[in-house]
Design a protein around this ligand. Sequence first.
Ligand code: EPZ
Length: 413
Amino acid sequence: MKAVEVIGGYPLNGELKVQGSKNGILPVLAAVVLQKGVCVLHNCPDIQDVRETLFILQDLGAVCQFRKGTITIDTENIRNIHIPEHKTSRMRSSILFLGAILGRFKEVSMGKAGGCDIGSRPIDMHLNGFSKMGAFVEENDEAIQAKGRLEGTDIILRVPSVGATENIMLGAAMAKGVTVIYNAAKEPEIVELALFLKQMGAQIYGEGSSTIIIAGVKELHGTEYTIMPDRIVAGTYLLAAAATRGKVRVHQVNQEHLGAVKVVLRQMGAVIEEAADSIYVNGEAAEKSLNYLKTEIYPGFPTDLQSPLLSVLSIAKGESHIYESIFENRYRTVAELRKMGANIRCYEKMVVVHGVDSLYGCEVEGHELRGFAALVIAALTAEGRTKICNKCFAERGYENIVRDFLKLGGKII
Ligand code: EPZ
């Protein structure tokens, strides 16, 4: 199993450009199935989940090319409407092909989606949405089948699920009539998908708010699109700069998408300067604890940065209280941080972090994507050498976490 090794104690300094958004491009790659032409996507991150998704598209019959950050996809010859379980189980976003294939072909069968082990990850809202739109949906332990011409209707989501909102948008784009999604997710990735679908000819209104209206159209066409920057990768590097008391500028960011992250960094004592499309953080004084922080849906503090934040708070002065409100099992990294000397106690969805003077290098294990990134941040601050196993998790969402931290002066291989 591949590992990353870090010698900690060196403040990060320097600048780097943030990759394109993983959670922005994945629904867009499913959306291309809805049309029979060619799509060209720029600023695509070269990450495992993107490559796995291109393999799925190729198995469906699309012709895909990925060169220097640009992906070209020709879906003219897509005929296959089945995705095997060994392909869908590798990531959560494969579930989005359900709405895309059903929307274009009126029939789909696929294996169960996989994804990070951060909770049960049910898909009831996805399937209920398509049932409500008139599809016949069957689910068993291994697979999902759905069939029927989707018809627009009102859908109220139990919780503002990002994936369910995206999937229903994909199915509704060419449904008969109008679909209204109430209690929709408001994340930037929803807006990204809506902008892409509208460039393909879809009629969508209200994206970014909790009510999204999709008026089904007869046909969609190919387009060219540039993927937005990855707000979670940008936040990871800003938090790493704060943890190591360094000075870092991240380029190619969307200021609005990082609003909550900047507020939290300032609360911890970091100095933040904003330029047109970059953020500079001086983390020399970023040692304050956070009395209370709850992860929230957008525009609140993102759940995907909860574990990286715990690494920063592990060496803050004082006691911090963090409440994870989105997923029910997103504290698996706590046990690994404790191995490094962190003083963290879990109480169901709440953790109490009592800052210590320093963490100590040792061998730890990543259990999922953002938890692995959190352990790299902890290792960069720790005394001595840390070995972090299961590097495969990082490769799912970070183009090259070793290259990026090396560029910022981190001692990492
Ligand atoms: C997306 O996951 C992201 N993944 C996650 O990022 C992110 O943490 C999450 O949204 C929240 O922002 C991708 O975009 C590929 P949800 P998703 O549906 O869509 C429950 C990362 O690290 N739920 O908004 O799966 C669910 O269990 C990943 O990049 C149901 O109960 O998240 C969770 O508790 C990790 N039934 C809550 O809703 C459903 O049908 C929010 O999940 C669907 C979801």
